[in-house]
Design a protein around this ligand. Structure first.
Ligand SMILES: Cc1ncc(COP(=O)(O)O)c(C=O)c1O
Length: 381
C-alpha cells in the first residue's frame, strides 16, 4: 500500500513554492479527475495543461497587474504569439506600431501568411489610429514605453478607438512593468510581458506572461497554450518566483538610475538626442504622467555624436556598464538597436520610425548611481 504523506511533517508549508518537475500525476479518484478536467477545482494531470510551480507564479503576477488571472508561457514572444493565434483569423486587421520589439515583425509575417492584414503606425503619431482603424480591426497591439525609443502611447485613447469597432486592446508592459503602469486599469483587455526582463530580473530565465482582464480570456489563452504546448517548465518558474520577491525594490532603483542618467546625458555636449519619458521636454512626458506611477521606468535611449562610429567607440570604452542585449536586469546594459533587435526588420524599416545608426538603448540596473554616471562620463570623454 503506497503512503500519501504530507509534503512536510505536520503539514507545515514551505516558504518557497516547491519545484514540481512531475510531468504526470497519479489520480486520487475518478471524481477528482472529473472535477479537475471540468475546471471545478485547480488540479493537475499533465504538465502541458498546468503545473503547480507555474500556477503559483501566475497568481502572483495576476495580483501585481490587477488581473482576473494570468497565463505564463515559455517566452515573451510565445505570449504575444498565443494572443494573436487565439483572437485573430483570416480577414481580420491587426493595428500595431513600428515601435514594438523587432521579433513582432517576424510574427506579423507569419500572420500575413495566415490571412491576417496588418496596419503599421508610428507610435509618435498615435492620433492616426482614428484615421487607420477599420471595421475589421479586431486588435490594437502596442508597447508603452516602446522598444527601443521609449515612446509613450496613450492607453486610454487607444481604448476609445478600439471601442469604435469592438476591437481588443493589448499592451506590452515589459518596459513599464506593473510597478510603474497597470494597463488593465486604463482599459487594456490583456497585458503581455517578457518576464525574461524586469519580472525575472537576473538574466537567468526565459518566460512570458499574459495578465487577463477576465476569466474568459484566461480560459481562451489557456486553451491555446495547452493545445500548442508553450507551458513553462517549473525550474524557470521557480527562478521567476524568486525574482518577483525583489521586483519592487529593483524597479524603484532602476527608475531612479534611469532618471539620473537621462538628466546627465541631456546636458552632455556629445549626446545629440535623449529619449526618456521622465524628462519634461520629452514628447511622451504628459501622457506618461497621466498613466505611469512611481517614476518612468528603467529604459532610455540616446544618440551619441553624429555617426555610428561615435556610438561604437563610446560603448567599447564602458567599464561598468555592459554591452549586451536584453533589459530589466540587475546590471546596466547598453546596445545599438540597429545592430541587435532591429536586425529582425528589413533594412528599409530599421530607421523609419526614428532609430538612428548611432542610437544607443540603455537598460538601467540597480548599481550605484554615481558609479554608472562616472562610467558614462569617462566613456564619453
Ligand atoms: C518589449 C518586449 N516585448 C517582448 C519581448 C520578447 O521577449 P522574449 O525574449 O522573452 O521572447 C522583448 C524582448 O526583448 C521585449 O523587449
Amino acid at each position: 500500500m503506497r503512503q500519501r504523506e504530507h509534503l512536510t511533517p505536520y503539514g507545515n508549508k514551505p516558504m518557497v513554492t516547491p519545484i514540481v518537475s512531475s510531468v504526470n500525476y497519479e489520480y486520487v479518484s475518478f471524481e477528482i479527475l472529473r472535477e479537475i478536467t471540468e475546471g471545478e477545482i485547480d488540479g493537475y494531470t499533465y504538465h502541458r495543461d498546468d503545473n503547480p510551480t507555474v500556477r503559483a507564479v501566475e497568481k502572483e503576477i495576476a495580483l501585481m497587474e490587477k488581473a482576473a488571472d494570468c497565463v505564463i508561457c515559455t517566452s515573451g514572444m510565445a505570449a504575444s504569439t498565443m494572443i494573436f493565434l487565439t483572437y485573430l483569423k483570416a480577414g481580420d486587421n491587426l493595428l500595431t506600431f513600428h515601435d514594438t520589439y523587432g521579433a513582432i515583425y517576424k510574427v506579423a509575417l507569419i500572420l500575413e501568411k495566415l490571412g491576417v492584414e496588418i496596419t503599421w503606425l508610428d507610435a509618435a503619431e498615435e492620433k492616426k489610429v482614428a484615421e487607420y482603424i477599420k471595421p475589421n480591426t479586431r486588435m490594437i497591439f502596442c508597447e508603452t514605453p516602446s522598444n527601443p525609443l521609449v515612446k509613450i502611447v496613450d492607453i486610454r485613447y487607444l481604448r476609445q478607438q478600439a471601442d469604435r469597432v469592438g476591437a481588443m486592446l493589448i499592451v506590452d508592459n515589459t518596459f513599464a512593468t506593473p510597478y510603474h503602469q497597470l494597463p488593465l486599469t486604463l482599459g487594456a483587455d490583456l497585458v503581455v510581458h517578457s518576464a525574461t526582463k524586469g519580472l525575472g530580473g537576473h538574466n537567468d530565465l526565459m518566460a512570458g506572461a499574459v495578465a487577463c482582464s477576465t476569466k474568459d480570456h484566461y480560459d481562451q489563452l489557456w486553451f491555446t497554450r495547452q493545445a500548442i504546448g508553450t507551458t513553462l517548465d517549473p525550474f524557470p518558474a521557480n527562478l521567476l518566483e524568486r525574482g518577483l520577491k525583489t521586483f519592487e525594490i529593483r524597479a524603484a532603483k532602476m527608475a531612479e538610475n534611469a532618471m539620473a542618467i537621462a538628466e546627465f546625458l541631456s546636458s552632455h555636449p556629445k549626446i545629440t538626442r535623449v529619449y526618456y519619458p521622465g524628462l519634461k521636454n520629452d514628447p511622451g512626458y504628459k501622457t506618461a504622467c497621466r498613466q505611469m506611477n512611481n517614476g518612468f521606468g528603467g529604459m532610455l535611449a540616446f544618440d551619441v555624436g553624429k555617426k555610428q562610429l561615435h556610438a561604437k567607440k563610446f560603448v567599447e570604452k564602458l567599464e561598468v556598464i555592459y554591452h549586451a542585449v536584453s533589459l530589466g536586469c540587475t546590471e546596466t546594459l547598453v546596445c545599438l538597436p540597429v545592430l541587435t533587435t532591429m536586425l529582425y526588420l528589413p533594412q528599409e524599416l530599421r530607421t523609419i520610425f526614428g532609430v538612428r545608426p548611432n542610437t544607443v538603448r540603455l537598460s538601467a540596473g540597480i548599481g550605484d548611481t554615481k558609479e554608472l554616471i562616472d562610467d558614462l562620463k569617462q566613456a564619453l570623454g
